[in-house]
Ligand binder design. Structure first.
Ligand code: ATP
Ligand code: MG
Length: 252
């Protein structure tokens, strides 16, 4: 069986839409007939909570798998046609517990090596550029960076891009050029348009053609443990995320 395509949704800046993108891209790919695993790799566990799972009470999480206390298969949770590898706050312990472990950057890669019956793995990264993010960047084939077209959107980008460059040089030589998802776009806002122009000027074809518009239903859906496709299938959000997923699966 073919190895899955692993995609990390990453930006050390907080609140840009990483978890929202991970959830809806995973759901959209599932609708397009793909077998998808979505990995919560953020100790905040927002993705796990978005599936209406009480992360704090979970006995088996990605942390248990990393520690060798549970198998990947028995930790996965099936929800609306896709698989979730859940997290909780325990994930913060990994950094110190593995501080001196050899090959500590490959911890996530190692647990995802033998994954069966999955075509896409989507990893929701924390808003940080430390140990967990480096693990995600080391194990993925592609990185998608959600950006909001606001003042300071590009602040921190050069640091993120240089981190990605470092990882590519030393830990993951196959890493593809990162792609950018313009998120929460509102064409009525002058600033959104101006920043979008700047982003296109700087990143050109790295930016997905599909722009994800600001859409209230996108923000509401997780509180009903639903993706945008279940919660509001006729919304702009559903239309945008489906188009984004079509771009993702289109051969380049
Ligand atoms: N297209 C959108 N339209 C409206 N609201 C959105 C959209 N995308 C994201 N949001 C909202 O923006 C907020 C931040 O999104 P999200 O939690 O996905 O960001 P994040 O980058 O994962 O945050 P963190 O860095 O804390 O992990 C949430 O309230 C979410 O519902
Ligand atoms: Mg998040």
């Amino acid at each position: 069986m073919q190895k899955p395509q692993i995609i990390a949704i990453c930006n050390q800046k907080g609140g840009v839409g990483k978890t929202t993108c991970a959830l809806n891209i995973a759901a959209g790919l599932t609708i397009l007939g793909k077998k998808v695993l979505v990995v919560d790799f953020d100790p905040q566990a927002h993705l796990t909570y978005s599936f209406n799972i009480g992360a704090h009470d979970l006995k088996k999480t990605i942390y248990s798998v990393i520690k060798g206390e549970a198998s990947l298969q028995e930790t996965l949770i099936e929800h609306n046609g896709l698989k979730l590898l859940p997290a909780n706050l325990d994930l913060t312990l990994v950094e110190t517990e593995f501080a001196t472990a050899p090959k500590r950057e490959y911890i996530l890669k190692n647990i995802l090596t033998n994954i069966a019956d999955v075509q896409y793995v989507i990893i929701d990264c924390p808003p940080a550029s430390g140990f967990l993010t480096i693990n995600a960047l080391t194990c993925c084939h592609e990185i998608y960076i959600p950006l909001q077209m606001e003042f300071l959107a590009l602040k921190g980008m050069s640091r993120l891009l240089s981190l990605i460059g470092e990882v590519k040089k030393s830990l993951n030589k196959e890493l593809l050029v990162p792609r950018i998802i313009a998120n929460r776009f509102d064409s009525r806002k002058k600033l959104n348009n101006a920043i979008m122009e700047k982003v296109l000027e700087r990143f050109g074809r790295q930016v997905f053609n599909t722009i994800v518009r600001e859409n209230i239903a996108v923000a509401e859906a997780p509180s009903f443990a639903q993706s945008i496709f279940e919660y509001a299938p006729k919304s702009h959000g559903a239309e945008d995320y489906l188009n984004l997923c079509k771009e993702i699966i289109k051969p380049q």
